[in-house]
Design a protein around this ligand. Structure first.
Ligand code: BG6
Length: 497
């Protein structure tokens, strides 16, 4: 499907997201022939750049960050693409900025002989959202709900109340069909595949419930620390930064009921149902079922790394968590009694995002104990990154004269199955904003439901009483209490070999 003429306004046009993700994604879409014939990318910022000077800056970024290398496309490709890029020197507080946008849209409309799609991409700090939205409204820049769209980056609110306020603010200017709330995890190839795996195969659905599933783990561990983002992260923490959004979205995809179609709202209705069915924590539950951690300095791969409190931008006595592990329950017919264990952390031993679905054990074992060399209940392991695979762990007979059982994997590995590299999440998501497809974006009620769920934990953790941080070293699997959280139910955290 070819999208219609589109003009992108990138607020935060000189920022990191624009140079590392947005422009490279648009460039890749261009090479893949997925950009419309008529499009403009207008980066907005206060720096005085001419179009040419700005294009030169972007070329350097493309060379560094683009999936497809500049040399991979015919030599003239960059020049052709760059002609669509413009820099608008602007100040978001100055009405003239929006007047100029209005003129640009009109000019562009003349070139493409019709009303173009207009995408306002807010790659700026949340404190600027209201000024931009109000001006867009004042200058009637989003009057046509079929054509104008706004893209909002995370964080979408800092808590339930601020998320509600932001929804209200945006709702005063845009209709829900115009608002694209980004959760980049939803654009990942392997995350989209969860829907394909569950709803285009018949063999999983009969087993996908409390009768056959023992428990589910979703683990997103990162070797990276907070790097240069200490200022932001210290106000946020692992629960806000990863669990409220990315990991709960993964959980929704795993736990949702089958949608009636692949229409955006059908899918999103079923996802929000999951959030509404999740058991809310009491203060007592927080103590029992939620664990937090913060990393201390240590060695990783031969390098000595600072502890979280020594990172730039972080308070030396910070109580912000860089690790969280939580056990959730979903109170509905499908999942009654099936625990969902979620964990995420920075500076952990491995970078790996994995969903592990463990099935119940066989009801009766016919083999003698000598036959069992290794025993593992069946597992379906969806590896999101860096390995991209789906593994079904089964018991099998080891070849030989004896009946000896051990666990083996049936593996669907992306690298072995498909050739060519995989589009980045932002390529998928930006294409969807042009096509007007909201399936992979978060609806306002979803975001609020996710905040509502984590608020009791945030409130408990935000209290004055400090826990003894730091409590896990760099290059570990988090604090010991994370292991006890799951061990007391008789399980262990799963890690890929
Ligand atoms: C971001 C978080 O949303 O996701 C980061 O703010 C985190 O702290 C990142 O590192 C993880 O994304 P990915 O795609 O690298 O798994």
């Amino acid at each position: 499907i070819k999208s219609e003429p589109t003009i992108f306004f990138l607020f935060g046009g000189t920022g990191d997201l624009t140079s590392r993700k947005l422009v490279p994604a648009l460039y890749n879409l261009y090479i893949d022939g997925r950009m419309p014939t008529h499009f403009q990318i207008v980066a907005m910022g206060r720096t005085q750049y001419s179009n040419d000077a700005f294009r030169d800056v972007l070329l350097k970024d493309i060379k560094q960050f683009s999936r497809k290398r500049v040399g991979q496309a015919p030599p003239e490709t960059w020049d052709q693409f760059a002609k669509h890029i413009f820099f608008q020197v602007s100040d978001i507080n100055n009405p003239q900025t929006y007047q100029e946008q209005s003129e640009r849209i009109a000019e562009f409309g003349k070139i493409c002989s019709g009303e173009p799609n207009v995408v306002y991409y807010l790659a700026v700090a949340p404190r600027f959202f209201s000024t931009i939205a109000e001006n867009i409204s004042k200058f009637k820049l989003a009057a046509n709900p079929e054509k104008a769209r706004i893209v909002i980056e995370k964080p979408f609110g800092h808590n339930l109340e601020s998320a509600r306020q932001l929804n209200q603010l945006l709702g005063g200017v845009f209709s829900e069909q115009q608002i694209y709330r980004i959760d980049h995890y939803l654009g990942k190839e392997t995350v989209q595949n969860i829907l394909a795996l569950r709803f285009s195969n018949s063999i999983f659905e009969p087993l996908w419930n409390r009768n056959y599933i023992d428990h589910i783990q979703i683990s997103v561990s990162e070797q990276l620390g907070v790097g240069s983002r200490g200022g932001y992260y210290d106000e946020s923490g692992a629960l806000r930064d990863m669990i409220q959004n990315h990991i709960l979205q993964l959980l929704c995809l795993v736990a949702m009921e089958p949608p009636t179609s692949f229409q955006a709202d059908e899918v999103r209705n079923k996802k929000v149902d999951v959030l509404h069915s999740m058991r809310k924590f009491t203060a007592e539950d927080v103590k029992k079922n939620a664990v937090r951690g913060q990393y201390s300095k240590g060695w990783m791969e031969g390098q000595e790394l600072p502890g979280y409190r020594e990172e730039p931008g972080v308070a030396p006595d910070s109580n912000t968590e860089t690790f969280a592990a939580i056990k959730f329950h979903i109170d509905n017919w499908r999942w009654h009694g099936v625990p969902f264990y979620l964990r995420t952390g920075k500076r952990m031993h491995q970078s790996s995002s994995v969903i592990m679905i463990q099935f119940k054990d066989v009801p009766h074992l016919i083999f003698p104990s000598e036959a069992i060399e290794g025993w593992q209940q069946n597992r379906l392991i969806i590896s999101i990154q860096p390995e991209m695979s789906v593994r079904l762990q089964i018991q099998a007979k080891r070849p030989g004269l004896d009946m000896t059982l051990n666990p083996v994997d049936m593996i669907f590995d992306y690298n072995g199955t498909y050739t060519g590299d995989t589009p980045e999440a932002y390529e998928t998501l930006l294409l969807d904003t042009m096509l007007g497809d909201q399936t992979l974006f978060m609806r306002g009620d979803q975001v609020e439901a996710a905040w509502d769920l984590v608020m009791p934990i945030l409130n408990a953790w935000g209290g004055k009483k400090s826990i003894s941080f730091p409590n896990y070293p760099v290059d570990s699997w988090g604090p010991e209490t994370a292991e006890s959280l799951i061990a007391k139910d008789g399980f262990h955290w799963f890690t890929l070999p």
